[in-house]
Ligand binder design. Structure first.
Ligand code: IPM
Ligand code: MG
Length: 355
């Protein structure tokens, strides 16, 4: 029996709804697969916890999480708590504290889901965006001076280190190499930003020599939005900075039909710490409690988690069940269906069990 300890942090908004859907699917996989078990412990950290305790998670939060094999995360963000508090209080400390420097965001058009792109269907858009997840524009460097005065200054400094860029570049080349097309696009803004971004380009060229079988090209981030929209088939694996990939991955999710299906994995490739898996969509307070949140992203990220744990068969089983359910038109309103979270979840469970 292979036993995995998983920390579930549903946190805010629809996070609770989609993580509970995901947990029932994991329990079903455990039944189906037989020789694998998930020991799932829930943590009530997030904005409600903050309102009671003044912090998003306890001081020893990271210490507690260290003991787990993976973290299954919902969403953070609440209408009555500033976003920078929810973010810097929970999600970023986990990503940065555990040095989860590779953020992996696969996107594809699933059958049964309509892309807003005319003539694009399954197979026309199948990408993985690799987002640098430990530094860049999210380094937290900067400050404010002359607060409240007319001469007030705010700085937000992006930090790019040779070590940080080299390791994400290597990860991206390796991932591209593992995919059938062996194709990588390196995104920067090295025409306007002439220091860190030029260093990205240089390091990309250096790392490329270690992967002679991977074809790669460079794109400026603004032109990249055009290529993603007009020539989605020309792309496969994509690597970009923390902020650029944040923006491009929202575009990718929208082009694939809905952010409700887009997953993300925050990975420590060296496995010194647990990695964290979450849907990309946020806490979505407009639909919280209505029972209509799309659970597909949380299922897909559970599949990423299973892959990371080495449970490739269970991961493939889950993804094929999810694809079958989407193709059958059992889907939530954000992707044009009428089903509730529960109906989709039960359909995925039934599809797993009948396999
Ligand atoms: C994401 C989100 C976050 C990010 C927000 C919630 C700060 O947009 O995971 O893409 O920018 O990292
Ligand atoms: Mg984002």
């Amino acid at each position: 029996m292979r036993n995995y300890k998983i920390a579930a942090i549903p946190a805010d908004g629809i996070g609770t709804e989609v993580i509970s859907a995901g947990v029932s699917v994991l329990e079903c996989l455990q039944k189906k697969v037989g020789d694998v078990s998930f020991q799932i412990e829930h943590f009530d950290w997030g904005s409600d916890y903050y309102k009671k305790n003044g912090v998003m998670m306890p001081e020893n939060g990271l210490e507690k999480l260290k003991a787990f094999d993976a973290i299954y995360f919902g969403a953070v963000g609440a209408p009555d708590v500033p976003d920078h508090i929810t973010l810097w209080g929970l999600r970023l400390p986990i990503c940065q504290g555990f040095d989860q420097y590779a953020n992996v965001r696969p996107t594809k058009i699933m059958s049964g889901i309509q892309s807003p792109l005319r003539n694009a269907g399954p197979g026309d858009l199948d990408w993985v965006i690799v987002r640098e997840n430990s530094e860049g524009e999210y380094s937290g460097h900067g400050g404010r001076a002359h607060r409240g005065l007319p001469e007030e200054v705010g700085t937000e400094v992006a930090i790019f280190t040779r070590a940080g860029v080299t390791r994400i570049m290597r990860y991206a080349f390796k991932l591209a190499q593992s995919r059938p097309r062996k194709l990588l696009t390196v995104v920067t803004k090295s025409n306007a930003q002439r220091h860190g971004m030029v260093m990205w380009d240089e390091i990309a060229a250096e790392v490329a020599t270690e992967f002679p079988d991977v074809s790669w090209d460079k794109m400026l981030v603004d032109a990249m939005t055009v290529r993603m929209t007009l020539h989605p088939k020309s792309l496969d694996t994509i690597v970009a900075t923390n902020l650029h990939a944040d923006i491009l991955s929202d575009l990718a999710g929208a082009l694939a039909g809905s952010l409700g299906v887009a997953p993300t994995a925050n990975i420590d490739p060296e496995r010194r710490f647990p990695s964290m898996f979450e849907p990309i969509h946020g806490s979505a307070f407009d639909i919280t409690g209505k029972g209509i949140a799309n659970p597909v992203a949380s299922f897909w990220t559970a599949a990423q988690m299973l892959d990371h744990l080495g449970e490739h068969d269970a991961s493939a089983l889950l993804m094929s069940a999810v694809e079958e359910v989407c193709a059958a038109g059992i889907k939530t309103p954000d992707v044009g269906g009428k089903a509730t979270t529960r109906v989709v979840t039960e359909a995925v469970i039934a599809a797993i069990m009948k396999r």
